[in-house]
Design a protein around this ligand. Sequence first.
Ligand SMILES: Cc1ncc(C[n+]2csc(CCOP(=O)(O)OP(=O)(O)O)c2C)c(N)n1
Ligand SMILES: [Mg+2]
Length: 342
Amino acid sequence: MAKKKSESSVSTVPSPASSRAAGVAPSHTDLLRQMLLIRRFEERCAEAYALGKIGGFCHLYIGQEAVGVGAISALRADDYVISSYRDHGQALARGIPPRTIMAELFGRVDGCSKGKGGSMHLFDRNINFLGGHGIVGGHIPLATGVGFAIKYRGGDQVCLCFFGEAAVNNGAFHEALNMAALWKLPVIYLIENNRYGMGTALERASAINDIAERACSYDMPNEVVDGQDVLAVRDAVLRATQRARGEHTPTLLEVRTYRFMGHSMSDAASGTYRTKEELEEYMKRDPIIVLRTTMEKNGEWSDTAMTALDEELKAVAQDAWDFADASAEPAVEALTEDVYVW
Ligand SMILES: Cc1ncc(C[n+]2csc(CCOP(=O)(O)OP(=O)(O)O)c2C)c(N)n1
Ligand SMILES: [Mg+2]
């Protein structure tokens, strides 16, 4: 128990950012659509990787969709999002078009990082999506810096920072959270606790298992959240945004989730570090099934409509693939463009 609980494209996919700008709360169908888009998009990523169309590292988000979708749905269009290497789902939820993401994964010029960043470096500064970072925990101080910039300029935006549970054992995590609490910066630090850092279980790497308790060192509001329930994630992040905008108070959220795939494409199966039974048990709480159950109770579910939605999103993923495949590779001269020289 944590000490201090919170006070308390085919452009058939509508941009989440545009509906937020209009102040419209997403419907359950909107949230389902975004989670299903991520699922169908990433299934094609796995296929493209196996065919050699995607090179380098590739970490899938399948199983964790409710975290990115629920959290980002609580933000305004002018807020900031920053993430780790497991960033496809969050980039889609924030509104980077599927075509642009797939082209980046294929290493093509139409990608959001001009084909030179790849899977771990999705960026779009027009919608304040600040990456995509490959170094575990390396972006947590950057989020604190964004929070400082917001406060310094007198803004009321927030910075939402996603990272895995293994990153809390990194020194940068402690320095960044201490400074954010001391200076009262509007940052939401969101731990995606999927129980494993590569093949190492949380219990083998952390001295405490309820990692939200780490916030107590900084007297920071914190919450443990069911990461398979998109509505619970959205509500927790909404509460955190209120604290951040009003009092410039940071929050640490421990969002408990599970990845259904391997750590990356080099460990695509369930792995030797967890049992098949464990995986099957967690898969019973697939975030898409959890939301479907709520929608069925509310009379919002129709098999026909959902089959049509699924077909539509499979077509969006196929369109993204075709677009990426047709896009050119960067020219050799592009190697030295957009590179900082010290
Ligand atoms: C500083 C640093 N150390 C080690 C690695 C290698 N590495 C890549 S992912 C990873 C596991 C991180 O696990 P977690 O933070 O729980 O995130 P998840 O992959 O589960 O989303 C490690 C150790 C790295 N990228 N950066
Ligand atoms: Mg993890």
